[in-house]
Structures are given as C-alpha cells and as structure tokens.
Design a binder for this molecule. Sequence first.
Ligand code: PEP
Ligand code: MG
Length: 571
Amino acid sequence: MAIGHAFVLDQKKLRTPKVKLTPQETAAEILRFKTAIALADRQLSDLKEKLLPEGQQGQDHALILEAHRLMLHDPMFDYEVQRLIREEAINAEWAARRVSRRIKHQFDNLDDEYFRERRADVDFVADRVVRNLMGQAVDEEVAVPVDAIVVAHDISPAEAAMMVKTGRVAGFVTDLGGVTSHTAIVARARETPAVVGLGRASEAIRSGDMIAVDGNSGMVLVNPTSAQLSLFQESIRRHQAFEASALKTADLQAVTTDGYRLRLNGNMEFPEEIPSLLAHGAEGIGLYRTEFLFLNQVAPPSEEDHYRCYKQVLESMGGRTVTIRTLDLGGDKVPGKKHERETNPAMGLRAIRYCLQHQELFKVQLRALLRASVHGPLRIMFPLISGLAELREARSQLEACRSELGRAGMPVGRRTPVGIMVETPSAALIADRLAQEADFFSIGTNDLIQYSLAIDRQNRDVAYLYRPLHLAVLRSLQNIVQAAKAAQIPVAMCGEMAGDPNVTLVLLALGLDELSMTAGQLASVKRIVRAVSRADAQALLEKAMAFSTAEEVERFVRAEMERRFATLEET
Ligand code: PEP
Ligand code: MG
C-alpha cells in the first residue's frame, strides 16, 4: 500500500510510417532493419548492465530483458520482417508492425490470460525496433519526482525496472496489464505496490492528484477525503507493523505448544520470488509451477533453459528442499501452436496427461530435472495424477531419461524423491494404493475442491459453492493423510487452502506434515501454529466434522478462531 502524488507519464503513440519501396531498395532496407535489431540488442544489454551493477540483485529484471533480447532474434519476428520487406517491398517500420501484429493476434486466440498478456512483450520489443529505425530516443530516464505514484497507459518492464531502481517510485497504476504482466512481476518482486489493468486510469488521473494504492485489493483512491486517507494510513501502519513482526518471526519454527512440528514452505512461479520467500521464513519450496517457464517463449524452453533455471533455484535456496512440479500445461495453456479448443479444458488433456502424450516435451523437462538434481535437494512432483498407471508411466519415463543421461556420462543425483499432487477425487479415493508407489503427496486443494464439488474454479456464478470446509473435502483430506501416514510418506498441501490462516487449525488437526503458500501468508499461519496445541486442534476438528453443511462447519470454525485469537492482531 502506498500514498503519493500521481505522476502521469506522457506516452505519445508512435505513428508508424508506411512506404512502398522499389525492388532495388529492399536489400538496403533489410540492412537498415538488421542495424536496428543490433542496436536494440545492445540497448537491452546495456540496460541490463546498468540495472545490475551488483550482480545477484535484481535478477528478475535481467531475465525479462534477456527474454526481450531473445524475442528480437526469434525467427518468427526477425525472419518474417525481412521476408515482408523483400517480398512486398515495404519499409522496415511497416513490416515490423505487421509482423508484431500477427504475433499478437496468435496470443489473442489463447484463452489463458497469462499467455495472452505476452502480447505486451511483443509490443515492447517491436516498439523499440521501430523507434530505432526512426532514430527516436529510447530508454530515456524519466525524471520521476520522489515518492510519486507513476500512472501510465502501459509501462514496459524495462521502464518499470529503471524507475524502481531510482528509488523514487512509491507505486504504479496502469490501464493495461494483469497479474502476470511483466511490469506487475517487476513491481511485486521489488515489493512496490502496483494496480494494473484499470482500463482508463491514465485518462481519469491528473499529475499531482493525491492517490492511495492498495496492491493487495487492487484499489486506487483518487483525491481521497481526509477520513478515507486516515483510514488508509491506519491500514498502512497496521500492515507495516505486521510485516515487521512477521520478518522478526521468520526464523522461528512452526511448532505447536505440544511439540507438533509443521514445515512451512513457499509456492513460487518465478525465481525472483525466492528472496522474499526466504525473508519470510520459507523452509523450502513446496510447489514450483514450472509452466510459468513458458513466459516470453513462443517456442518451448530447451533442456538447457530448464536446467539453468532449476539449478539457479536450487542454488538460491541454499540446501533447502525444492519441490518442482512438472508442467501443468494443456487445456488452454498449450505452447507454440494453436490447437483445437476443448469443450471442457479443466477435464481435458492437461498436466500429466498432456505430458504423457507429448513425450518429447516431457522428457526435455525430466532430463533437465535429473541433471539439476546434483545441485541441491530436489523433489519431483507430477500434477493431476488420476490413477496408478499414470504414476507408473511417468516414473518409467523418468527412469528412461536417467539411463539415457547415464549412458551419455552426464552426472545425475542418485536419490530424487518422486511424489504426486493429489488433486483429483480418484487419487484421493485410492490414496492408499498411490502411497505405495509415491515418495510423497502434496494435496492440490484448488483442483481437488473444484473436482470434488463439481465447481469450475474459474466460474464466478458458482464461486459461492467453492467451500474448502465442505464435509466432502474434509473427509477426502482425512483419507489422503491417513493413507500417507500408513505408508509412512510425507504429506503436504500446496493449494490456496494451505495458506489460509482461518483453516490452519483444521489442517494441523488433520496431521499434514507440510504446508506450502505464498510469502505473505507464512507469518500468519506460523503464528497460529505456535499459539495452539495439536490436541486442541484435533478436538476442534472432531466437533466441526459433526456438522453437516459447509456453512455450519465454517461458522463453528470461525467462532472458535475468534475465541482463541481475538488478541492476535491481523491473523
Ligand atoms: C492446486 O490445484 O491446488 C494447485 C496447487 O495447483 P494449481 O493451482 O497450479 O492447479
Ligand atoms: Mg492443480
């Protein structure tokens, strides 16, 4: 959260000149285009240097700028622009625009918001090339006033990175973008409040307006009243106090008053989240959603890309366990090419099903994981397992990769635990059998609840039925935990439910060994664990499960929480 004066960026839209050439002129035009690409490449590399004088710090920026450099040289862009200049005899600016529009159009056809947002990256790269062709200035430092809230139609990750670096920006507000747009990622990694995708904020807000930004709720107050302002200031104060005490408890263990020890891990999508997870006390990574590696890539990442990333994550975690989930792609998140839309993607060719049918893609990741396993304690986890045959097939592919690597003389770790996400009702029901062949379980409640209660997790109309404390969910969880205990394998939870402090007592009672969540949730959950006994939690769960409706269970658990934690601020 932040309060400051708006600084609205003046972003004049670039008009692309359109010129028809004679066939004799095209060779020189291609040369002009290549020069602009080379210049863009150098600019991005200079920018990276400028932003990263201290090496490690700010790797997120570096990766994004590096990705933009790769896009410059992607044949879909580079080659296609040259082809248009040659075949249609048009100027380079026009050709670059047409090609970038075509690439963006392909992203438009994807249903998944995350992949659609990559359109913005195509624009940032194409804009830079067009400006270079036109001899316009790029990467000019904007003189942002101290503590300004920067308001803009859109901000490129490079601009956002440069502005954050000045230490003057208190927050960002943009018309375009979503949670996974790069600007949002840069802001989040730097803990700078940002609200993106507001539609017309840059028209509605004027430079100098007083603005309050709440990045958690996505709220922006423009010229708030003094009453609103003091409420907001109070929230900031409470949040800061909570954050300060959270950071102080980061090194404490999550252990109950009667000695039950829970491991609290972090969920991550991007390596740049690691510093914040560690600062908030994550004991390891419980879920790394590797499908996010497809960020910026029109083609799937190579084995080297996977390997480098996993190695970096393992090394940054300094000997703590890292659980890497294999690709949860499919449905609408299909890399590279357009595909036929499934009627029901959530129940379609997704996650492990997709990987088992696209062995080449799968094996690239498995080989990289095995190679990375020499760099630290790694656990491999397969998503959406619905039966034993899938687990066996996935394991046998992993073993085949291990043999291949062995024959090629590549070093691999010897004992990498292989576990599964328990997130389908079928897996929950046969958890006892799966536990015989999995080294650990991690319960994906986001999917488990959606499938158990037949609630599409994306559908707002049925969101009211999405109830983690539904008796069917609790019984399912009980069954999974008991199966894991009987087979003596660790059982974790990494769905959203794991980080919800309102249900921590329930999870404690169920007997989970590990909970995995985002950085911001770790402290609240830990406080609760440290303030209660497991015996107390078990008594509470027994009473809760005597109720029949989700509403009754929720009401009971809420009342019990309030009774115990009325004195714990912000839990
Ligand atoms: C889950 O389903 O709970 C989970 C953690 O996986 P995702 O949210 O990535 O589907
Ligand atoms: Mg899932």
